[in-house]
Design a protein around this ligand. Structure first.
Ligand code: ADP
Ligand code: MG
Length: 367
């Protein structure tokens, strides 16, 4: 029987997984290089080591019954060293660590992505520049690996922008995807969990508003038609089955004129699923723990309307408990509040979305 869960990565996602696991009586060991990291504060034990330290990973292996991770950039040597206790396997990590591989896999699952060009070598970049001159358009060039919260992304509006990118940002050894800039109606996300027994459950669809490419707020239920909601849920189940998912998969979507495009995948609980902590019968973190432990999955029913507001390092007034009224505050215990760093979130629960949004506005404007 599983008694102790090992978590690779001790940031906010690890912390919230651990909180959910704790309330079900599990013990927690976390591996993270930062002493007293958000998850370390509530784990039984923290192994302080770098994420590519295979020996430290083996210590984690020996101190728990099952292992999960809070981020997709897990070193694959480490993932392989942990394979006997990693029900999620390393396959989904390999896919989601590289935007090119990820997009190919999404298309293999029979789903649509934005139009993109893979830039994998100097030759392919040179060809891409030639083609662009014949077909200039608005693009976002993204590094294929390692980007998050808009990091490693370059918006290209013209041939001049592309020349500037070539001179100042392009590295021959780095892979990129050049995506057509999409005029979407809305950004949505959907989170699906699956256990080893093949039980699948999908959370209600969230509508996401970004500011500076960082999630600002999630609105649930998403203000979309029942058909769109159904399509999003179909996308999620199709991907979970195609990928033989164990654990959690978060799917970011663009709602466009001609339907849903899959923007990107994350093989873990997701910022846009934090609303589940107060608005669903089961939170995404509890569901993730259930899935990796091959327990029955919980009920994902939405029990109230919710708007989730992220708290970033610059939002000092939102970190003050005196200012948040009756709303549900979740702070991650991070030592330093840097600009754009995710410090916590607030779930606003009201009878209807308009009221939630009004309350969120008051919080944002500090009145
Ligand atoms: P990450 O979340 O890993 O930083 P994303 O690919 O999700 O990277 O990009 C962040 C945000 O940038 C998206 O949520 C969306 O708002 C915007 N964005 C990304 N790709 C496109 C695109 N092809 N067209 C228009 N907007 C985009
Ligand atoms: Mg994203």
């Amino acid at each position: 029987m599983i008694q102790t869960i090992g978590i690779l990565g001790g940031g906010q996602l690890g912390r919230m997984m651990a909180l959910a696991a704790r309330s079900m009586g599990f013990g927690i060991v976390v591996l993270d290089p930062t002493p007293n990291c958000p998850c370390g504060q509530i784990a039984d034990k923290q192994i302080i080591a770098e994420f590519d330290d295979v020996e430290a990973a083996k210590e984690l292996l020996n101190s728990c019954d099952v292992i999960t991770y809070e981020f997709e950039n897990v070193n694959l040597n480490v993932a392989n060293a942990l394979s006997t206790k990693l029900p999620q396997t390393s396959r989904l990590l390999e896919i989601t660590q590289n935007r090119i591989v990820e997009k190919e896999e999404i298309r293999n699952a029979g789903l649509k992505t934005v139009e993109y060009v893979a830039i994998t070598s100097l030759d392919s970049f040179t060809q891409f520049v030639i083609d662009y001159k014949n077909n200039p358009r608005k693009l976002i060039i993204k590094t294929a690996q390692g980007g998050y919260d808009g990091k490693g992304q370059y918006v290209i509006n013209s041939i001049e922008d592309l020349s500037h990118f070539e001179k100042t940002n392009y590295h021959t050894k780095v892979q990129y995807v050049a995506e057509n800039f999409t005029k979407f109606e809305k950004e949505l996300s959907v989170i699906v969990c699956r256990n080893k027994n093949g039980e699948v459950s999908v959370f209600p669809v969230a509508e996401n508003i970004h500011k500076n490419q960082i999630l600002f707020q999630s609105i649930v239920p998403a203000r979309v038609s029942a058909d769109v909601e159904k399509m999003a849920i179909t996308v999620a189940t199709q991907l979970a089955t195609h990928l033989n998912l164990v654990g959690t998969l978060a799917i970011e979507l663009f709602l466009c004129e001609d339907g849903l495009l899959v923007n990107e995948l994350a093989p873990r609980p997701h910022n846009s699923g934090h609303y589940t902590m107060n608005a669903c019968i089961t939170s995404q973190f509890e569901q993730h723990i259930r899935a990796v432990c091959n327990l029955s999955l919980g009920d994902t029913k939405l029990i109230s309307n919710c708007v989730m507001l992220n708290i970033l390092g610059e939002d000092k007034h939102l970190m003050n408990r005196e200012n948040i009224g009756k709303h549900k505050l979740h702070l991650y215990g991070k030592a330093e509040a840097k600009v754009a760093r995710k410090m916590g979130h607030i779930n606003v629960i009201e009878d209807n979305i308009e009221k939630c949004l009004r309350e969120v506005n008051k919080l944002v404007n500090n009145n």
